[in-house]
Design a binder for this molecule. Structure first.
Ligand code: SF4
Length: 360
């Protein structure tokens, strides 16, 4: 349950209780949450709220949990944000606009507990889990940014879809994940139904089952190889939860209607893009419930891997489709701003080490 001090995730009844307990009329709660829903997380800045109310509420809720440190713009409209956390550490959030929707890619941990060798976040030290408030606050910070500076080519003016694909393994932080999902799904004003939320995991099996029982949102699995020997290397959690066990858990996952489980497959030249890899995929995937999302590898400094060329990816997709699979090639967004998760944070750490920090 959210604490009264957590403005990002407080409900209207809880806020009414809070303002009443401070000696103010309950309608002030709606005013405060109207501002919160526009992304304002500091009560002291809420214009039509009397000063004494602002101050009293600010004394309880404290400073906003996130502060914008850096924002980068991609040519394709993608924005990447680096936030400093009030309780320590930095996280990244990516906003991906399309014509009718705006997808928010949010982080769930500072660093990651897992160690996938192709992933930049995995190379950074795990510091801690984010609280539900810190996860939800990413939505409010981007909402405020979009109000100030809308995206020209999108008719959406606020985040419409949420993917837990930023820094961290969300299912290794069930408290933060479940708390934030409970909030997103309960807040009618957000219009973010479970069909518009996707949790991406490397494959923590008991946690997938619990997620399906409690919050059956869309599911994405970092598959990246469909045979155990290769997946043991690319997604080391596979050693604990091999593909046969993953298969059982995916078959039992309660999907939203007309939805598919996404199998993420980052294509690495000479590593998982060979004939044998295609055959293994065809054998593993249940075409009726799952589709394969082929992802162009976004190289990062020091990476041992190179990307499969675009035409070879298209060919791989065509061959999957000709064998009855559903497959798409994901257009890479934000390449020019290093939008692969963890890259901005690493750059920030480097800059801090160099003593060359840049404020937004
Ligand atoms: S791919 Fe995901 S689970 Fe693996 S290290 Fe990167 S952030 Fe963590």
């Amino acid at each position: 349950m959210p604490q009264p001090s957590e403005l990002s995730i407080i409900s209207l009844p809880a806020m009414q209780e809070l303002v009443r307990s401070l000696g103010f009329p309950a309608f002030r709660a709606q005013q405060i949450l109207d501002w919160r829903n526009k992304g304002m997380l500091d009560p002291l800045n809420m214009p039509n709220v009397p000063k004494n109310v602002r101050q009293a509420v600010a004394d309880v809720v404290g400073k906003p949990p996130l502060t914008l440190v850096k924002r980068e713009y991609s040519r394709d409209g993608t924005r990447k944000y680096l936030f400093a956390l009030r309780e320590g550490g930095h996280v990244e959030t990516v906003m991906i606009p399309e014509r009718k929707r705006i997808t928010l890619c949010i982080s769930s941990q500072v660093g990651c507990v897992l160690d996938c060798p192709f992933c930049f976040t995995g190379r950074q030290k795990f510091e801690r889990n984010l609280s539900a408030e810190e996860i939800v606050a990413q939505l409010w910070m981007v909402t405020a940014d979009l109000l100030q500076e809308p995206v020209g080519h999108s008719i959406a003016d606020h985040p419409t879809h949420i993917v837990y694909m930023g820094m961290g393994e969300p299912l290794a932080n069930e408290e933060g994940l479940h708390g934030s999902l409970a909030f997103f799904l309960a807040e009618d004003e957000l219009h973010i139904s479970r069909r518009r939320i996707t949790v991406s995991t490397s494959g923590l099996l008991p946690q997938i089952t619990r997620l399906g029982n409690l919050y059956p949102v869309n599911l994405a699995i970092s598959l990246h190889a469909a045979n155990n020997a290769k997946r043991d290397v690319l997604v080391p959690i596979n050693k604990k939860h091999p593909l046969e066990e993953l298969r059982h858990v995916l078959d039992a996952y309660p999907l939203p209607e007309q939805r598919y489980i996404t199998l993420e497959y980052v294509m690495l030249a000479g590593v998982n893009d060979q004939n044998e890899d295609l055959k293994a995929l065809v054998h593993f995937v249940r075409a009726k419930r799952e589709f394969v999302n082929l992802i162009h590898f976004n190289p990062h400094p020091g990476s041992d891997y190179t990307a499969t060329p675009k035409d070879a990816m298209d060919e791989f997709a065509t061959r999957l489709i000709s064998r009855g699979m559903r497959a798409t090639v994901r257009r890479s967004r934000g390449d020019d701003i290093m939008a692969a998760c963890g890259q901005l944070n690493a750059l920030m750490n480097q800059e801090n080490t160099d003593g060359d920090n840049e404020d937004a």
